[in-house]
Design a protein around this ligand. Structure first.
Ligand SMILES: Cc1cc2nc3c(=O)[nH]c(=O)nc-3n(C[C@H](O)[C@H](O)[C@H](O)COP(=O)(O)OP(=O)(O)OC[C@H]3O[C@@H](n4cnc5c(N)ncnc54)[C@H](O)[C@@H]3O)c2cc1C
Length: 312
């Protein structure tokens, strides 16, 4: 088939690669280049966050984790496999997605910084998006796929035997999906003083805090403001992020700021991954991955290929 994929974030590119690998001819149509998408802002730690429903998310996340573990063996991909800790201020059951992580364990008392009473340790993929999106694009092009800059006003606005809609927040306008809510996230990237372990403190009463070392820098966050729409970096918010991150990891105290970014997590009650056949050709929707688009990308891409290959 000739398949038009709409969107060149991590979801569109992953779907495009898998479709091309399955033998389809693939064109990507996108309003923005990969480096200018929400995906480029992601931290991007493998971690199911603000994405539902639980059973499907756990399955997609497990599948994606397996693929990233393999990709981490190739340094060109920008994928790393890193140990890390999630720190908790109150006792908690195992995370609902624990089945997706083979080595998840509870932290011992000697592994908890002051102020924390519980937590989990596990190895998770960290995806350096400054390299990975370019790698995905190169992989797609090596399979004969191409990316063309074009904003669509409807899914009928493109040639092809089938369409795959991977427009993230853009689906609100493209297919009129009012259930999508942007959850604003702000990050600041620091020079890496030699960190290799990621840290997550999700229940700091003053704001979620994460420290994610990548190849050339450390991504510090964050914020999760539902419905907020300012795309400008707020320096007061950044100062608060830096304060929390440096309290958690004192080695960051003198690390200079390299860059900053804001993005909008495309959040919805459930990820929309379904096929519609009403309009004369199949349209597969794959959007609404909230704060976990990277974490779910390969699992969802595999399901998109299966849905398209399904006979009517
Ligand atoms: C601060 C922050 C931190 C995050 N951290 C993580 C993390 O640690 N781990 C994780 O897994 N996830 C994380 N996320 C979430 C992740 O970034 C998103 O879930 C993911 O980027 C969604 O990918 P996407 O491809 O669906 O959307 P996008 O990256 O937004 O891509 C959508 C694409 O569709 C195109 N498009 C939209 N409308 C149209 C149209 N009408 N016509 C043509 N093209 C169109 C856009 O140009 C773009 O190419 C984070 C997000 C933020 C903001």
């Amino acid at each position: 088939m000739h398949v038009a994929v709409v969107g060149a974030g991590v979801i569109g590119l992953s779907c495009a690669v898998r479709l091309a690998e399955a033998g389809h001819r693939v064109d990507v149509r996108t309003a923005a280049l990969p480096a200018d998408t929400t995906s480029a802002v992601a931290a991007a730690l493998w971690y199911p966050y603000r994405a539902w429903p639980p059973a499907a998310v756990t399955r997609w996340a497990a599948r994606t984790r397996d693929v990233f573990v393999r990709l981490a063996a190739d340094s060109d991909t920008g994928v790393l496999l890193c140990s890390g800790r999630e720190l908790l201020r109150s006792a908690a059951p195992l995370p609902w997605w624990a089945d997706a992580v083979p080595d998840l364990r509870r932290l011992g008392a000697d592994e908890l910084p002051a102020g924390f009473i519980a937590g989990f340790a596990f190895r998770a993929p960290v995806v350096d998006m400054s390299r990975y999106l370019a790698w995905l694009q190169g992989r797609l092009e090596s399979l004969g796929g191409e990316i063309v800059i074009r904003r669509l006003s409807t899914v009928d606005d493109v040639d092809g035997d089938a369409v795959v809609n991977c427009t993230g927040m853009g689906a609100r306008e493209l297919v009129g999906d009012a259930s999508l809510v942007p959850v604003r996230g702000q990050v600041v990237r620091l020079a890496n003083p030699g960190l290799t372990e990621w840290l997550l403190d999700e229940d700091d009463p003053t704001g979620v805090t994460y420290v994610v070392p990548r190849i050339d820098d450390v991504v510090c966050g964050g914020t999760a403001d539902e419905g907020a729409d300012s795309g400008d970096e707020d320096l007061a918010v950044e100062a608060a992020i830096l304060f929390r991150a440096r309290a958690l990891v004192p080695a960051l105290r003198d690390a200079p700021v390299l860059s900053r970014a804001v993005g909008f997590r495309p959040t919805r009650p459930e990820v929309r991954l379904e096929r519609e056949d009403g309009g004369g050709r199949p349209v597969v929707h794959c959007y609404g991955h909230g704060g976990a688009g990277v974490t779910l990308s390969w699992g969802c891409a595999d399901d998109v290929v299966s849905l398209l290959d399904r006979r009517h």
